[in-house]
Write a protein that binds this ligand. Structure first.
Ligand code: PLP
Length: 395
């Protein structure tokens, strides 16, 4: 059995206490953080403070509240860069979105057509979230209408672990492979997708756009080490308010990213909440959040391995954080051999567990049958996992 990081208990307890929705519902366990996270008091306070002290539009007025809002929005761009470990923040840019879907779509429709010429190829991960598949197909249609034909290659996956098969990818890439869409942490299998190997496979010139929806706030991000060109994430999955997200772009390979059209009023309260969320995460320590949630996921996979009717999707092993092979993060997805996933979701809620049970918006090379996803964050506890295992064990 994987050892649980008990030394982090005294660190985690006061952090959990900062989530009002968690402490006010002691009989419920929120196990759906991959869909959206809960918010700590500091984030709620930052939103309230912004709305009661300086709410105005950004980049327009010249009175103090408007100036304060404009300055805040610019400051949070820098905050996002620092949080991602951007080694050259003076060259990169951050654009705010409502979430990862909007961010990836902006890269696909506002930027990708400017990169590609007739005969170029792109690689798309059809086993990942559809937010990281559909926009690239839309871009292909846009280009085709202009008479530019591109080839879409499917990202190859390994059987079992569902990690990317980067040896196969390296065999498939050609001099025309200009762009690769990849995911940092998989939203169904929970695997760290080893993106550094994608860079090795495709060489130094291809653009890599990273869907970091499940890694920001869960895994320390080190842009200097990742060597990717775009990082797209959802602030609302990283403790900020709903309707928040961002695109970080480096602008080194291909044209500069400039989201098209008139964007209108930004989600200023969301952006203010994102600053508070990133501050909170950094103070709590993303490395410790990672250790804690990986420990919880390992406790769950270990427990499930002793319960015969359950299948765990993706990497079945609870591997240590320093492992060089596929590592599971804060997501564990399972099936019962007889109980349908939707029914299992209802049964679990009758015991107070909020899980996700469906196909999890996986794209076309995803699972063909639905499943139950348990996804974790800093506020979850080993007691919740043990209670969940106890209930699962009776079914
Ligand atoms: N990509 C991944 C890996 C996700 O898990 C999700 C959300 O579930 C998304 C993209 C879409 O995020 P959003 O709903 O914030 O646009």
């Amino acid at each position: 059995m994987a050892s649980f990081p008990v030394h982090l208990r005294s660190w985690q307890e006061p952090l959990r206490a900062q989530f009002p929705i968690i402490t006010e519902h002691p009989s419920l366990a929120y196990l759906d953080s991959a869909a959206t996270s809960q918010k700590p008091r500091a984030v709620l306070d930052a939103a309230q403070r912004y709305l009661t002290e300086s709410n105005a539009n950004a980049g327009r007025g010249t009175y103090p509240w408007a100036n304060a809002t404009t300055a805040m929005v610019e400051r949070v761009r820098g905050r996002v860069k620092a949080f991602l470990g951007d080694p050259a923040p003076e060259r990169s840019r951050v654009d705010f979105t409502s979430g990862t879907s909007e961010g990836l779509r902006a890269v696909a429709l506002d930027w990708l057509p400017g990169l590609l010429a007739d005969g170029d190829e792109i690689v798309v991960p059809f086993g990942d979230h559809q937010a990281n598949a559909l926009p690239w197909l839309e871009a292909r249609e846009v280009l085709a209408r202009r008479g530019v034909r591109i080839t879409v290659r499917e990202m190859p996956y390994q059987e079992g672990s569902r990690d990317y098969d980067t040896a196969e990818l390296a065999r498939q890439v050609t001099a025309r492979t200009r762009f690769v869409a990849a995911t940092h942490v998989h939203h169904v299998y929970g695997g760290d997708m080893n993106v550094h190997r994608v860079r090795q496979a495709v060489g130094p010139d291809a653009v890599i756009c990273l869907d970091a929806a499940q890694s920001v706030g869960h895994v320390p991000i080190d842009l200097a080490a990742l060597d990717v060109d775009f990082v797209v994430f959802s602030g609302h999955k990283a403790l900020a308010l709903p309707g928040t997200g961002a695109v970080w772009s480096r602008g080194l390979r291909g044209p500069a990213f400039e989201p098209g059209g008139w964007a209108g009023t930004p989600n200023t309260v969301g952006i203010a909440s994102l600053e508070a969320a990133l501050d909170w995460l950094e103070e709590a320590g993303v490395g410790r959040i990672e250790e804690w949630t990986v420990g919880l996921a390992a406790r769950l996979t270990d427990g499930l391995s002793r319960l015969r009717p359950y299948e765990v999707l993706g990497c079945g092993l609870s591997l240590a954080a320093d492992s060089r092979v596929q590592r599971r993060r804060a997501v564990v997805t399972l099936r019962h051999e007889r109980i349908d996933a939707a029914d299992l979701g209802f049964i679990l809620y009758s015991h107070g567990f909020m899980v996700r049970s469906d196909g999890h918006c996986q794209a076309s090379a995803g699972e063909t049958r639905s499943s139950v996803r348990v996804s974790l964050h800093v506020y979850n506890t080993p007691e919740e996992i043990d209670r969940l295992l106890a209930v699962l064990g009776t079914l």
